[in-house]
Ligand binder design. Structure first.
Ligand SMILES: [Zn+2]
Length: 79
């Protein structure tokens, strides 16, 4: 019992320290039709990843301002 308790508590502290580290996120918008490309960089805390999900949903509807085609979105995460 005692061993189990120790293991659990150390795992918890590891996870909580990870929560404070920001995640680098790079969003690359590109147009498959005309080659238009734009990059965004942002930082999110692990607990704020919900904000990123919302932002991505907005990006999904972006159209190219050159040709009007739907923009392709690639996300790169740097943990
Ligand atoms: Zn385009």
């Amino acid at each position: 019992m005692e061993i189990n308790n120790t293991r659990n508590s150390s795992r918890e502290s590891m996870e909580s320290s990870k929560h404070d580290e920001p995640i680098q996120v790079r969003a690359i918008l590109s147009c498959p039709n005309c080659g238009y490309k734009k990059k965004f960089k942002n930082q999110f805390l692990r607990k704020d990843l919900e904000l990123l999900t919302v932002a991505v949903k907005v990006f999904e509807f972006i159209t190219c301002n050159k040709c009007g085609d739907l923009i392709k979105l690639d996300l790169e995460f740097n943990f």
